[in-house]
Design a protein around this ligand. Structure first.
Ligand code: ATP
Ligand code: MG
Length: 183
């Protein structure tokens, strides 16, 4: 599975619809300070099911919605869509009926957020599992946040192990075991 396209609408500074092609081999995003590089990575994490507003540098999840500027009013929803090339048909059951898979997350003020996979309603947990099993996921070590390299160097061994588990693609198994133990 390979990301092929990212679309944003009303997400943080990306107030106007923005459509990005994710070419094979893309490894970094460059641009002047404040142009939205970190916001882009946050959009990727968010559409994969991130639930912690702090990971989005916000106090509440609605802070991802364009908050307005001196010249433009605030929006009342934000939407991020990720297109995944599934021509290798490696997506898990339930998501594997087409050569491409589009996951959309939309948040509306006072109404929370919802997911769709190929236009059908999807549960947050299923979307999180989809990406966790593909060893990407919102906590993925494949997405390197600003300041994260120094955090890695200074991490406690237990926290470092968690990062290695994400990279090995087994964190979805831990989540399933935890849920089985609760039942
Ligand atoms: P740097 O190089 O300094 O790390 P960057 O390219 O990572 O910069 P971001 O942090 O992604 O930049 O973008 C910051 C911009 O996004 C700021 O101008 C901030 O005001 C704007 N921004 C963040 N959240 C919102 C929001 N909810 N509504 C409108 N603008 C927002
Ligand atoms: Mg930044």
């Amino acid at each position: 599975m390979q990301f092929s396209r990212l679309r944003l609408n009303g997400f943080k500074s990306f107030v106007d619809p923005t459509d990005l092609v994710i070419a094979h081999g893309l490894t970094g995003v460059v641009g002047p300070n404040g142009c939205g590089k970190s916001n882009l990575l946050e959009a990727l994490r968010w559409v994969m099911g991130e639930t912690r507003p702090k990971a989005m540098r916000g106090g509440g999840m609605e802070d991802v919605i364009f908050a307005g500027t001196a010249t433009r009013p605030a929006r009342n929803f934000a939407e991020v869509a990720i297109t995944i090339d599934n021509s290798d048909r490696l997506a898990p059951a339930g998501f594997n009926d087409q050569d491409s898979l589009e996951v959309v997350r939309r948040i509306t003020r006072d109404a929370g957020s919802a997911f769709k996979a190929n236009s059908k309603d999807a549960r947050a947990r299923d979307i999180q599992m989809l990406f966790a099993d593909a060893s990407t996921g919102s906590h993925s070590p494949a997405l390197v946040r600003q300041g994260q390299i120094s955090e890695l160097i200074n991490a406690k061994p237990k926290d470092r192990r968690r990062i290695l588990e994400e990279a090995a693609g087994i964190s979805g198994l831990y989540q399933r075991r935890h849920e089985a133990e609760l039942k």
